[in-house]
Ligand binder design. Structure first.
Ligand code: BJW
Ligand code: ZN
Length: 291
Protein backbone atom coordinates (compact mmCIF):
# COMPACT_ATOMS: atom_id res chain seq x y z
CA UNK A 1 0.00 0.00 0.00
CA UNK A 2 0.94 3.66 -0.39
CA UNK A 3 2.77 5.66 2.26
CA UNK A 4 0.51 7.92 4.34
CA UNK A 5 -0.38 11.15 2.51
CA UNK A 6 1.70 14.27 3.08
CA UNK A 7 0.17 17.35 4.71
CA UNK A 8 3.05 19.58 3.60
CA UNK A 9 1.54 22.61 1.83
CA UNK A 10 4.92 23.95 0.65
CA UNK A 11 5.70 20.61 -0.99
CA UNK A 12 2.23 20.56 -2.59
CA UNK A 13 2.89 24.01 -4.05
CA UNK A 14 6.14 22.76 -5.58
CA UNK A 15 4.25 19.88 -7.22
CA UNK A 16 1.53 22.28 -8.39
CA UNK A 17 4.12 24.63 -9.90
CA UNK A 18 5.61 21.81 -11.95
CA UNK A 19 2.32 20.26 -13.08
CA UNK A 20 1.28 20.45 -16.71
CA UNK A 21 -2.29 19.14 -16.79
CA UNK A 22 -4.29 19.72 -13.63
CA UNK A 23 -7.85 18.57 -12.96
CA UNK A 24 -10.18 19.09 -10.01
CA UNK A 25 -12.82 16.48 -9.17
CA UNK A 26 -15.42 18.16 -6.98
CA UNK A 27 -18.36 17.10 -4.83
CA UNK A 28 -21.00 18.43 -2.46
CA UNK A 29 -18.44 19.56 0.15
CA UNK A 30 -17.38 22.31 -2.26
CA UNK A 31 -20.78 23.96 -1.79
CA UNK A 32 -21.14 23.20 1.93
CA UNK A 33 -19.87 26.64 2.98
CA UNK A 34 -22.57 28.13 0.73
CA UNK A 35 -25.22 26.47 2.89
CA UNK A 36 -26.09 23.65 0.49
CA UNK A 37 -26.52 20.33 2.31
CA UNK A 38 -24.26 17.41 1.32
CA UNK A 39 -25.60 13.89 0.63
CA UNK A 40 -23.51 11.80 3.01
CA UNK A 41 -21.76 12.46 6.31
CA UNK A 42 -22.89 14.78 9.10
CA UNK A 43 -26.01 16.71 8.10
CA UNK A 44 -26.15 14.85 4.77
CA UNK A 45 -29.51 14.57 3.01
CA UNK A 46 -29.28 10.80 2.67
CA UNK A 47 -29.50 10.60 6.49
CA UNK A 48 -32.99 12.08 6.34
CA UNK A 49 -34.23 10.83 2.96
CA UNK A 50 -33.70 7.63 1.01
CA UNK A 51 -31.55 8.08 -2.11
CA UNK A 52 -33.37 5.19 -3.83
CA UNK A 53 -36.71 6.98 -3.32
CA UNK A 54 -35.50 10.27 -4.77
CA UNK A 55 -32.50 9.97 -7.08
CA UNK A 56 -33.32 7.05 -9.38
CA UNK A 57 -35.38 6.74 -12.59
CA UNK A 58 -37.55 4.14 -10.79
CA UNK A 59 -38.34 6.60 -8.00
CA UNK A 60 -39.42 9.22 -10.52
CA UNK A 61 -41.58 6.72 -12.36
CA UNK A 62 -43.25 5.66 -9.13
CA UNK A 63 -43.77 9.08 -7.57
CA UNK A 64 -42.86 12.01 -9.84
CA UNK A 65 -44.55 14.40 -7.42
CA UNK A 66 -42.25 13.51 -4.49
CA UNK A 67 -39.13 13.57 -6.69
CA UNK A 68 -40.11 16.96 -8.14
CA UNK A 69 -40.71 18.21 -4.59
CA UNK A 70 -37.15 17.18 -3.69
CA UNK A 71 -35.68 18.95 -6.71
CA UNK A 72 -37.86 22.03 -6.23
CA UNK A 73 -36.49 22.20 -2.66
CA UNK A 74 -32.93 21.84 -3.99
CA UNK A 75 -33.52 24.52 -6.67
CA UNK A 76 -34.72 26.96 -4.01
CA UNK A 77 -31.65 26.21 -1.83
CA UNK A 78 -29.28 26.73 -4.77
CA UNK A 79 -31.01 29.94 -5.79
CA UNK A 80 -30.57 31.42 -2.31
CA UNK A 81 -26.92 30.41 -2.12
CA UNK A 82 -23.87 32.30 -3.36
CA UNK A 83 -20.50 30.87 -4.41
CA UNK A 84 -17.96 30.58 -1.57
CA UNK A 85 -14.19 31.15 -1.47
CA UNK A 86 -13.50 27.61 -2.70
CA UNK A 87 -15.64 28.14 -5.84
CA UNK A 88 -13.91 31.49 -6.32
CA UNK A 89 -10.41 30.04 -5.94
CA UNK A 90 -11.19 27.38 -8.57
CA UNK A 91 -12.79 29.95 -10.89
CA UNK A 92 -9.73 32.22 -10.69
CA UNK A 93 -7.46 29.25 -11.30
CA UNK A 94 -9.28 28.77 -14.62
CA UNK A 95 -7.99 32.13 -15.86
CA UNK A 96 -4.65 31.44 -17.59
CA UNK A 97 -3.07 34.79 -16.63
CA UNK A 98 -3.85 34.18 -12.95
CA UNK A 99 -2.95 30.49 -12.93
CA UNK A 100 0.40 31.12 -14.60
CA UNK A 101 1.57 32.99 -11.48
CA UNK A 102 1.29 29.74 -9.49
CA UNK A 103 1.97 27.21 -12.20
CA UNK A 104 3.54 28.72 -15.29
CA UNK A 105 2.78 26.24 -18.03
CA UNK A 106 -0.38 24.29 -17.36
CA UNK A 107 -3.93 23.44 -18.34
CA UNK A 108 -6.77 23.21 -15.83
CA UNK A 109 -10.25 21.68 -15.89
CA UNK A 110 -12.95 21.29 -13.25
CA UNK A 111 -15.04 18.13 -13.22
CA UNK A 112 -17.88 18.68 -10.79
CA UNK A 113 -20.52 16.27 -9.57
CA UNK A 114 -22.50 19.21 -8.23
CA UNK A 115 -25.72 20.27 -9.92
CA UNK A 116 -26.18 23.59 -8.09
CA UNK A 117 -24.56 25.83 -10.73
CA UNK A 118 -22.41 27.65 -8.16
CA UNK A 119 -19.16 26.99 -10.03
CA UNK A 120 -20.66 28.49 -13.20
CA UNK A 121 -21.77 31.54 -11.27
CA UNK A 122 -18.32 31.91 -9.67
CA UNK A 123 -16.67 31.66 -13.07
CA UNK A 124 -18.94 34.21 -14.69
CA UNK A 125 -18.29 36.59 -11.78
CA UNK A 126 -14.53 36.13 -11.74
CA UNK A 127 -14.19 36.45 -15.51
CA UNK A 128 -16.22 39.63 -15.39
CA UNK A 129 -14.02 41.05 -12.61
CA UNK A 130 -10.91 40.24 -14.53
CA UNK A 131 -12.43 41.75 -17.65
CA UNK A 132 -11.45 38.88 -19.82
CA UNK A 133 -13.80 37.25 -22.26
CA UNK A 134 -16.07 34.85 -20.38
CA UNK A 135 -16.77 32.79 -23.44
CA UNK A 136 -14.87 29.90 -21.89
CA UNK A 137 -17.19 29.93 -18.89
CA UNK A 138 -20.19 30.10 -21.22
CA UNK A 139 -19.00 27.16 -23.24
CA UNK A 140 -20.36 24.97 -20.41
CA UNK A 141 -19.46 21.38 -21.15
CA UNK A 142 -16.60 22.18 -23.55
CA UNK A 143 -14.94 24.85 -21.45
CA UNK A 144 -12.87 24.37 -18.32
CA UNK A 145 -15.94 23.27 -16.33
CA UNK A 146 -17.79 20.00 -16.75
CA UNK A 147 -20.98 19.36 -14.73
CA UNK A 148 -21.04 15.58 -14.98
CA UNK A 149 -24.26 14.98 -13.00
CA UNK A 150 -26.25 17.56 -14.93
CA UNK A 151 -27.83 20.75 -13.65
CA UNK A 152 -30.68 21.47 -11.21
CA UNK A 153 -32.08 24.15 -13.50
CA UNK A 154 -32.20 22.00 -16.62
CA UNK A 155 -35.65 20.60 -17.31
CA UNK A 156 -35.86 17.62 -19.61
CA UNK A 157 -38.74 16.00 -21.49
CA UNK A 158 -39.40 12.35 -20.54
CA UNK A 159 -40.75 11.43 -23.97
CA UNK A 160 -38.16 9.40 -25.86
CA UNK A 161 -39.51 10.86 -29.10
CA UNK A 162 -38.89 14.42 -27.95
CA UNK A 163 -36.18 14.64 -25.27
CA UNK A 164 -36.27 18.45 -25.35
CA UNK A 165 -34.03 20.03 -22.69
CA UNK A 166 -34.41 23.57 -21.49
CA UNK A 167 -32.67 25.75 -18.90
CA UNK A 168 -35.39 27.15 -16.63
CA UNK A 169 -34.65 29.06 -13.44
CA UNK A 170 -38.31 29.87 -12.71
CA UNK A 171 -39.28 29.90 -9.03
CA UNK A 172 -41.39 27.93 -8.50
CA UNK A 173 -40.85 25.78 -11.58
CA UNK A 174 -44.65 25.27 -11.68
CA UNK A 175 -47.42 26.78 -9.50
CA UNK A 176 -48.28 23.47 -7.77
CA UNK A 177 -44.76 23.08 -6.35
CA UNK A 178 -44.71 26.59 -4.84
CA UNK A 179 -44.32 26.39 -1.05
CA UNK A 180 -43.87 22.60 -0.97
CA UNK A 181 -40.16 23.00 -0.18
CA UNK A 182 -41.05 23.84 3.41
CA UNK A 183 -43.10 20.66 3.79
CA UNK A 184 -40.19 18.77 2.35
CA UNK A 185 -37.62 20.22 4.71
CA UNK A 186 -39.83 19.23 7.66
CA UNK A 187 -39.66 15.55 6.69
CA UNK A 188 -40.60 14.78 3.12
CA UNK A 189 -44.35 15.31 3.42
CA UNK A 190 -45.63 14.11 0.06
CA UNK A 191 -47.61 16.88 -1.67
CA UNK A 192 -49.19 14.28 -4.05
CA UNK A 193 -49.41 16.65 -6.99
CA UNK A 194 -51.21 15.16 -10.02
CA UNK A 195 -48.93 14.63 -13.04
CA UNK A 196 -50.85 17.17 -15.08
CA UNK A 197 -49.81 19.89 -12.60
CA UNK A 198 -46.11 18.95 -12.55
CA UNK A 199 -43.62 20.61 -14.95
CA UNK A 200 -44.43 19.75 -18.59
CA UNK A 201 -42.30 19.84 -21.72
CA UNK A 202 -42.71 23.19 -23.48
CA UNK A 203 -42.49 21.50 -26.87
CA UNK A 204 -44.70 18.40 -26.61
CA UNK A 205 -46.40 18.77 -23.20
CA UNK A 206 -45.17 15.38 -21.92
CA UNK A 207 -44.13 15.12 -18.26
CA UNK A 208 -40.77 16.82 -17.70
CA UNK A 209 -38.04 15.75 -15.27
CA UNK A 210 -35.07 17.44 -13.63
CA UNK A 211 -32.01 17.47 -15.93
CA UNK A 212 -29.80 15.67 -13.43
CA UNK A 213 -28.08 12.28 -13.62
CA UNK A 214 -29.64 9.63 -11.41
CA UNK A 215 -28.19 6.29 -10.29
CA UNK A 216 -28.00 3.93 -13.24
CA UNK A 217 -27.96 6.78 -15.77
CA UNK A 218 -25.02 7.83 -17.88
CA UNK A 219 -23.11 10.83 -16.56
CA UNK A 220 -22.46 13.78 -18.92
CA UNK A 221 -19.19 14.10 -20.83
CA UNK A 222 -17.63 10.75 -19.92
CA UNK A 223 -15.35 10.70 -23.00
CA UNK A 224 -14.03 14.17 -22.20
CA UNK A 225 -13.47 13.14 -18.57
CA UNK A 226 -11.53 10.07 -19.67
CA UNK A 227 -9.28 12.25 -21.83
CA UNK A 228 -8.71 14.71 -18.98
CA UNK A 229 -7.95 11.91 -16.52
CA UNK A 230 -5.60 10.26 -18.98
CA UNK A 231 -3.64 13.49 -19.53
CA UNK A 232 -3.63 14.71 -15.93
CA UNK A 233 -0.47 14.73 -13.83
CA UNK A 234 -2.22 16.32 -10.84
CA UNK A 235 -5.72 15.62 -9.55
CA UNK A 236 -7.33 17.74 -6.84
CA UNK A 237 -10.14 15.84 -5.10
CA UNK A 238 -12.37 18.40 -3.42
CA UNK A 239 -15.28 17.84 -1.02
CA UNK A 240 -16.40 14.49 -2.31
CA UNK A 241 -16.91 11.26 -0.36
CA UNK A 242 -15.51 9.42 -3.43
CA UNK A 243 -18.25 6.79 -3.15
CA UNK A 244 -20.12 7.39 -6.42
CA UNK A 245 -18.73 6.06 -9.71
CA UNK A 246 -17.30 6.90 -12.14
CA UNK A 247 -16.13 10.12 -10.39
CA UNK A 248 -14.79 8.04 -7.48
CA UNK A 249 -12.25 6.29 -9.67
CA UNK A 250 -10.68 9.32 -11.39
CA UNK A 251 -8.14 9.97 -8.60
CA UNK A 252 -6.98 6.36 -8.65
CA UNK A 253 -6.49 6.52 -12.42
CA UNK A 254 -4.47 9.74 -12.18
CA UNK A 255 -2.41 8.24 -9.35
CA UNK A 256 -1.08 5.64 -11.79
CA UNK A 257 0.88 8.37 -13.60
CA UNK A 258 0.57 11.52 -11.48
CA UNK A 259 -0.16 13.03 -8.08
CA UNK A 260 -3.38 13.32 -6.09
CA UNK A 261 -4.27 15.93 -3.45
CA UNK A 262 -7.43 15.47 -1.37
CA UNK A 263 -9.23 18.42 0.22
CA UNK A 264 -11.94 17.25 2.62
CA UNK A 265 -13.38 18.06 6.02
CA UNK A 266 -12.61 14.54 7.18
CA UNK A 267 -11.02 11.27 6.09
CA UNK A 268 -12.73 9.80 3.00
CA UNK A 269 -12.30 6.85 0.69
CA UNK A 270 -10.45 9.16 -1.74
CA UNK A 271 -7.56 9.14 0.76
CA UNK A 272 -6.35 5.79 -0.45
CA UNK A 273 -4.99 7.47 -3.58
CA UNK A 274 -3.81 10.66 -1.90
CA UNK A 275 -0.23 11.89 -2.10
CA UNK A 276 -1.40 14.98 -0.21
CA UNK A 277 -4.23 15.33 2.26
CA UNK A 278 -5.52 18.70 3.45
CA UNK A 279 -8.18 18.22 6.10
CA UNK A 280 -10.45 21.17 6.85
CA UNK A 281 -13.17 23.25 5.20
CA UNK A 282 -12.16 23.66 1.55
CA UNK A 283 -13.23 27.31 1.48
CA UNK A 284 -10.15 27.80 3.70
CA UNK A 285 -7.70 25.17 2.44
CA UNK A 286 -8.22 25.67 -1.30
CA UNK A 287 -7.59 29.44 -1.55
CA UNK A 288 -4.32 28.85 0.32
CA UNK A 289 -3.32 25.91 -1.87
CA UNK A 290 -4.06 27.61 -5.20
CA UNK A 291 -3.10 31.17 -4.25
C1 BJW B 1 -16.33 18.98 2.94
C2 BJW B 1 -16.91 20.09 3.50
C3 BJW B 1 -16.15 21.24 3.45
C4 BJW B 1 -18.30 18.54 3.76
N1 BJW B 1 -14.96 21.22 2.87
N2 BJW B 1 -15.15 18.98 2.39
C5 BJW B 1 -19.43 -0.07 -8.90
C6 BJW B 1 -18.55 0.44 -9.83
C7 BJW B 1 -18.94 1.42 -10.74
C8 BJW B 1 -20.23 1.93 -10.72
C9 BJW B 1 -21.11 1.41 -9.80
C10 BJW B 1 -20.72 0.43 -8.93
N3 BJW B 1 -21.80 0.12 -8.17
C11 BJW B 1 -22.82 0.90 -8.54
C12 BJW B 1 -22.41 1.70 -9.53
C13 BJW B 1 -23.21 2.72 -10.22
C14 BJW B 1 -23.48 3.98 -9.46
C15 BJW B 1 -22.66 4.13 -8.18
O1 BJW B 1 -21.58 4.67 -8.17
N4 BJW B 1 -23.19 3.70 -7.05
C16 BJW B 1 -22.48 3.78 -5.77
C17 BJW B 1 -23.44 4.17 -4.68
C18 BJW B 1 -21.72 2.51 -5.54
N5 BJW B 1 -23.15 5.08 -10.35
C19 BJW B 1 -24.01 5.47 -11.26
O2 BJW B 1 -25.10 4.94 -11.41
C20 BJW B 1 -23.58 6.59 -12.17
N6 BJW B 1 -23.75 6.22 -13.50
C21 BJW B 1 -22.98 5.29 -14.08
O3 BJW B 1 -22.08 4.72 -13.51
O4 BJW B 1 -23.32 5.07 -15.37
C22 BJW B 1 -22.62 4.08 -16.10
C23 BJW B 1 -23.17 4.11 -17.51
C24 BJW B 1 -22.28 4.21 -18.55
C25 BJW B 1 -22.76 4.22 -19.86
C26 BJW B 1 -24.14 4.13 -20.08
C27 BJW B 1 -25.03 4.05 -19.03
C28 BJW B 1 -24.53 4.03 -17.73
C29 BJW B 1 -24.48 7.81 -11.94
C30 BJW B 1 -24.31 8.39 -10.59
C31 BJW B 1 -25.32 9.51 -10.39
C32 BJW B 1 -25.22 10.07 -8.99
N7 BJW B 1 -26.32 10.93 -8.78
C33 BJW B 1 -26.35 11.75 -7.59
C34 BJW B 1 -27.64 12.60 -7.66
C35 BJW B 1 -27.49 13.64 -8.77
C36 BJW B 1 -28.60 14.62 -8.79
C37 BJW B 1 -28.73 15.32 -7.48
O5 BJW B 1 -27.85 16.11 -7.09
O6 BJW B 1 -29.74 15.06 -6.83
O7 BJW B 1 -25.21 12.61 -7.56
S1 BJW B 1 -26.22 10.85 -6.07
C38 BJW B 1 -25.24 12.05 -5.23
O8 BJW B 1 -23.91 11.50 -4.95
C39 BJW B 1 -25.02 13.17 -6.24
C40 BJW B 1 -23.58 13.50 -6.02
O9 BJW B 1 -23.07 14.18 -7.16
C41 BJW B 1 -22.96 12.16 -5.78
C42 BJW B 1 -21.63 12.21 -5.09
O10 BJW B 1 -21.72 12.75 -3.82
P1 BJW B 1 -20.59 13.73 -3.29
O11 BJW B 1 -20.53 14.93 -4.13
O12 BJW B 1 -19.34 12.98 -3.10
O13 BJW B 1 -21.20 14.19 -1.90
P2 BJW B 1 -21.21 13.45 -0.49
O14 BJW B 1 -22.27 14.07 0.33
O15 BJW B 1 -21.20 12.00 -0.64
O16 BJW B 1 -19.80 13.84 0.14
C43 BJW B 1 -19.50 15.14 0.57
C44 BJW B 1 -18.08 15.17 1.07
O17 BJW B 1 -17.74 16.51 1.35
C45 BJW B 1 -17.86 14.38 2.36
O18 BJW B 1 -16.71 13.56 2.20
C46 BJW B 1 -17.60 15.46 3.42
O19 BJW B 1 -16.66 15.05 4.41
C47 BJW B 1 -17.05 16.55 2.58
N8 BJW B 1 -17.28 17.89 3.10
N9 BJW B 1 -18.18 19.69 4.00
C48 BJW B 1 -14.51 20.02 2.37
N10 BJW B 1 -16.65 22.37 4.00
ZN1 ZN C 1 -41.11 16.99 -25.15
Amino acid sequence: SLPPPSTDMAEFKRVLRNSKNIIAVCGAGLSAASGIPTFRGAGGMWRKYKATKLATPEAFHKNPSLVWQFYHYRREKARQATPNEAHNALAKFCIPSIRSKTTPDSTFAIITQNVDGLSVRAMNQVWKEHQESNKEADAAQNGPLLEMHGRLFDVQCTSEFCGHMEYDEASPICPALGGTEELFEKGAVDAEIPKSNLPRCKKCNALARPGVVWFGEQPVGLDRNDELVEAADLCLVIGTSSTVYPAAMYAGLVQEHGKVAVFNLERSSGDKYADFLFLGPCDQTLPEALG
